[in-house]
Ligand binder design. Structure first.
Ligand SMILES: [Cu+2]
Length: 290
């Protein structure tokens, strides 16, 4: 018969906690090559590509270490109490009701820990709030169930961005695969957002029907788009590439089918894209002008 001694159980618990600590820290170390979307067996957050997400990432990593240390400390304390003061080991219990010094310590230390968390947390909160010297503006409008994008500083380009392939067509997995190729399912759109790299982009968000949320994990953005008001945030992508997110506010039956794709390109590529979009917009407008 297998019997577990107290020591075996404690060792197992400690190994279990160590696994989480190492896995968490390892995920911080390996996150640098994240491909702009969630990956199978990913641990931790996606790799940051904006200054805001870098700060969020560092705070997250610091908090992970802090909570692990606190959890292990509390676990060891409880374990000690359970063993040391059990009926067997401590048959005549002490009649102590309180200890002022201990009570002050266990009140003041948690307060100091919370203040130490609150200070960097609030600093990031204000850092991510507004772009102080934005180089361009991107207006985002949430619709049931797609996104509209406008570039007021780039000739007023505006377009809609919808999931591909169309989920209402009930395509078979093979047909979907033919359309998608190597693009990921439920994270691919017809017209992605295109922005230049290393450019501070002011983001203005609103919605036309219900509350949506424009969420881009690699940018550290999750901002509600609300009918009747304009929310503001910003990002400055420091790497080129394709980054993917999803609507993150339950907005109706096709909520899961309004993904977000942002292509961060070089400034030259962006200028070429703007010129192309303007040309196609003026071609579309030409018949109406006749
Ligand atoms: Cu939505």
């Amino acid at each position: 018969m297998v019997t577990f001694t107290d020591k075996d159980v404690y060792m197992k618990l400690i190994r279990f906690l160590c696994f989480f600590l190492v896995a968490g820290l390892a995920s911080s170390a390996f996150a640098a090559d994240s491909p702009g979307m969630a990956t199978p067996w990913q641990l931790g957050l996606q790799a940051p590509v904006t200054p805001v997400m870098e700060k969020l990432y560092d705070l997250h990593s610091a908090l992970l270490i802090l909570i692990t240390v606190i959890t292990i400390f509390v676990l060891l304390l409880l374990t000690y109490v359970c063993v040391r003061f059990s009926a067997k080991n401590n048959p005549v219990p002490s009649k102590t009701a309180h200890n002022t010094l201990v009570e002050i310590i266990w009140t003041v230390i948690p307060i100091l820990i919370l203040v130490a968390i609150a200070i960097p947390s609030l600093r990031i909160h204000y850092f991510m709030d507004k772009a102080h010297e934005a180089q361009m503006t991107l207006k985002i409008v949430g619709y049931q169930w797609y996104w509209g994008y406008e570039y007021p500083d780039n000739g007023g380009i505006s377009y809609e961005s919808r999931i591909t392939p169309d989920p209402t067509k009930n395509l078979s997995p093979e047909e979907e695969h033919k359309i998608l190729g190597n693009e990921p399912r439920l994270l691919t759109v017809d017209n992605p957002v295109v922005v230049p790299v290393n450019t501070t982009v002011r983001v203005l968000l609103t919605a036309s029907d219900v509350i949506h949320s424009w969420s881009m994990p690699a940018f550290g953005i999750k901002m509600d788009a609300m009918p009747g008001r304009v929310n503001e945030t910003w990002f400055k992508a420091t790497q080129t590439g394709t980054f993917r997110g999803q609507c993150s506010q339950l907005c109706g039956i096709w909520h899961g089918f309004m993904p977000i794709v942002v292509k961060v390109v070089t400034k030259e590529e962006f200028d070429a894209w703007v010129a192309e979009k303007k040309k196609s917009a003026s071609n579309d407008a030409a018949p109406a002008a006749q």
